[in-house]
Design a protein around this ligand. Structure first.
Ligand SMILES: [Zn+2]
Length: 74
């Protein structure tokens, strides 16, 4: 009887582990697209998509660098 209980516990443990792995994969797949969309902006001068951290914001528009921001004002 002891061996049968051990077997049942092993099956339950494996099921819990498989469910946890599936949940982790699901979470990772859901996070990937949202971070890409929010972190990139389109340059108003050359239409290049660049990260928001390195982009320049001026006059209601995004630019990939300061040079393109100055060139668009001329
Ligand atoms: Zn640009």
């Amino acid at each position: 009887m002891g061996l049968f209980r051990l077997f049942i516990l092993a099956v339950i443990g494996y099921c819990a582990y498989a469910l946890w792995r599936k949940y982790q994969q699901h979470q990772r797949l859901q996070q990937r697209p949202t971070t890409q969309v929010t972190d990139t902006v389109r340059c108003a001068y050359c239409n290049t998509h660049s990260p928001k951290q390195t982009a320049v914001y001026a006059n209601g528009k995004w630019y990939c660098n300061e040079q393109h921001q100055k060139l668009s004002q001329q």
